[in-house]
Design a protein around this ligand. Structure first.
Ligand SMILES: *[C@@H]1O[C@H](CO)[C@@H](O)[C@H](O)[C@H]1NC(C)=O
Length: 401
């Protein structure tokens, strides 16, 4: 009985020992497997997360790039829009200003200011003002001719040796045309503004839809009149509204040649003069025509009203201006000396040849490339070798009237 018991016990012991051993192994393996599974699961998740993150990142960058691209476009458009808006506001401001400023007062105040700078002999206060009024009414009644140059003022020196500047008698604004041609003009609010400005860039640059050629442009009552003359094209007179920036009228002008109207300033085939009485065109009728021709246009409709041969030669002419229906042609020599008015033509034949003035300009720098008359002030705006000069004129009564 004893050995059997022993065996039983030993077997049981062995059995339980083995059982424990295997159970332990199984547990261990199971734990390892679980741990590996966990790890795999963890990696899997990690991978998925990374993948998703990568995808998101890709999407984000794509969106960002698209956004940037759009933003750039929008920004560009915005900038352009802003520029046009600023320009529009600028124009609007101009318009409002010209509405709200009582014209007569503004130009009077301006005149007094400018007069103040004319030097001692000119400063005579109220008396001077009355004289201005008188002069103005006489000019518009057209019983006066120029007898002499009363005084000279050298305002400043800007731009190139050739150019043109003029003052709108109505708005008192100053317009500067630098060079002999171009598509933009500089605007200043007054002569004083211009004289104080640092160069041309101190003014407002106005881009024009048409090219001007100096001195063939005129400004009157907020309108700029230009002559457009391209090779193999008909000559055209363009009327441009300086406030709205629009071309308001255009008309052809029948001209056979592009010969220069002034022998000493060959760049311009046509010169324009605008005043209360009309728009005057000075031009050469043909290459072989020795004289300066004159045409009168209605400034409102650009209709040609009349044409004259002034009998003033083009040769050695450097400029001309129209005062009260009388053309004064200024001559010089090729080697610039003193400019002088040497030929006068009156459209009404009211100036007798013996009373026709012959007067000299004071000797300055080179020669005039333009002389623009301002009927409201009785003064000439000259451009001489880059200097901007104002000449005040003395008038006398026509004998005939
Ligand atoms: C004015 O014109 C001259 C050439 O005649 C040129 O050299 C100069 O740069 C121009 N100035 C401006 C501000 O346009």
């Amino acid at each position: 009985m004893k050995p059997v018991f022993m065996l039983l016990v030993s077997t049981a012991w062995t059995l339980t020992g083995a059982q424990y051993y295997y159970q332990g192994l199984m547990d261990y393996l199971e734990n390892r497997l679980l741990a590996i599974e966990d790890r795999i699961h963890f990696w899997h998740e990690q991978f998925h997360r990374h993948h998703a993150e990568l995808q998101d990142f890709k999407k984000l960058t794509a969106v960002a790039v698209d956004g940037l691209r759009n933003d750039h476009g929008v920004l560009l458009k915005d900038v352009e829009g802003a520029a046009t808006r600023v320009e529009r506001v600028d124009r609007e401001m101009d318009r409002v200003e010209s509405w709200s400023a009582p014209r007569a007062c503004a130009s009077k105040a301006d005149k007094v200011l400018e007069q103040g700078a004319w030097g001692l002999e000119e400063v005579r206060g109220g008396e001077e003002e009355e004289e201005w009024e008188e002069l103005q009414s006489k000019v518009s009644d057209c019983v006066e001719i120029i007898s002499a140059i009363r005084s000279v003022k050298i305002l400043k020196r800007v731009g190139g040796p050739k150019g043109m500047w003029t003052r709108d008698p109505r708005s008192s604004r100053v317009y500067v045309f630098n060079g002999t041609s171009g598509d933009s003009v500089y605007q200043f609010n007054s002569v004083l503004d211009f004289s104080r400005s640092a160069g041309l860039t101190g003014g407002r640059q106005i881009r024009l839809p048409a090219e001007w050629s100096s001195p063939g442009a005129a400004v009157y009552d907020g309108f700029l009149y230009l002559v457009q003359q391209e090779v193999d094209m008909d000559t055209q007179v363009v009327k441009y509204d300086l406030l709205s920036g629009l071309v308001t009228d255009m008309a052809m002008f029948p001209m056979e040649s592009h010969a220069s109207v002034y022998g000493l300033n060959p760049e311009a085939a046509v010169d324009l003069v605008a005043d209360d009485e009309g728009l005057w065109l000075l031009y050469a009728a043909g290459d072989s025509e020795p004289n300066i021709n004159l045409a009168k246009m209605d400034p409102a409709t650009l209709d040609i009203e009349q044409i004259w041969d002034t009998r003033c030669p083009r040769e050695n002419a450097e400029a001309a201006f129209v005062v009260c229906g009388t053309v004064y042609v200024v001559y010089n020599t090729r080697l610039a000396s003193r400019s002088r008015v040497q030929c006068v033509f009156d459209v009404n034949d009211a100036v007798l040849s013996e009373e026709a003035p012959l007067f000299y300009f004071p000797r300055r720098y080179g020669a005039h490339t333009s002389l623009k008359y301002n009927p409201e002030e009785g003064q000439l705006y000259g451009w001489d070798d880059g200097y901007q000069i104002i000449y005040r004129l003395t008038m006398k009564r026509k004998l005939l009237i």
